[in-house]
Design a protein around this ligand. Sequence first.
Ligand code: IPE
Ligand code: IPE
Ligand code: MG
Length: 251
Amino acid sequence: MEPLDPNRLPVHLAVIMDGNGRWAQQRMLRRIVGHQRGAETVKMVVEQASLLGIRYLTLFAFSSENWSRPAMEVRALMTLLKKYIRQETARMMRKNIRYNVIGNRSDLPDDVNETLNEAINKTSGNTGMVLTLALSYGSRQELSMAAARLAQDVLAGKLTPEAINIDVFESYLDTGGLPDPDFLIRTSGEMRISNFLLWQLAYTELYFTEINWPDFTINELHKALADYQSRERRFGRTSDQLSGRGDLSNA
Ligand code: IPE
Ligand code: IPE
Ligand code: MG
């Protein structure tokens, strides 16, 4: 395994966990078996991220658009989600991990919301990694809701239009309080964002791998993180500026 520099890990790692269905179909199994295997990968990534000292891990588990899948698959995913949260909460307590959810929770079934509330409340005092699950999440929906709430606050006289800036706008997003992701991993070979964190990914380093989510191993995670550590994040500056040679410019 390639050695990782503990001082240069992403503070916030985000993952689009994709390829469960294809993993199963390639093996003549039902898609839900792929989701079940995917849940095992989630356990591994949560454990590894927490061990490595990553502060924020955000997992895209179910998108606003995923409601359009066959009802049977949606139901199976909701059941699996509930089972996962129930099974894992004790481990989250042991590992000092705090649950957080982003997305349109009012669309989730009541029993799923109850399970989520229990897990969120139980882990709310934990001070280690923040594990954010994106559930019934769509970034355009999040952004338009934020705009609507901003407009309401302006109408109510709580805010003037002149006071709206990047920080104020961000505080209206579901992710208010979370730093932007430093690194995004998407599995299964698809090279798209699929309505995930459109605002928050502005300067995120992107990583795509052909591996399907159920096949994503510790080794693959380390490979991805090693790739992250090889990147130069310039945020608009020049390479010389970053290495402290900025004054020697030959512009
Ligand atoms: C990701 O795997 C899990 C969810 C979107 C819920 P998919 O179910 O999208 O798997 P593929 O892309 O069909 O292989
Ligand atoms: C994105 O995967 C959503 C999740 C991983 C939960 P999809 O498999 O739904 O994405 P598209 O529709 O193929 O882009
Ligand atoms: Mg998919």
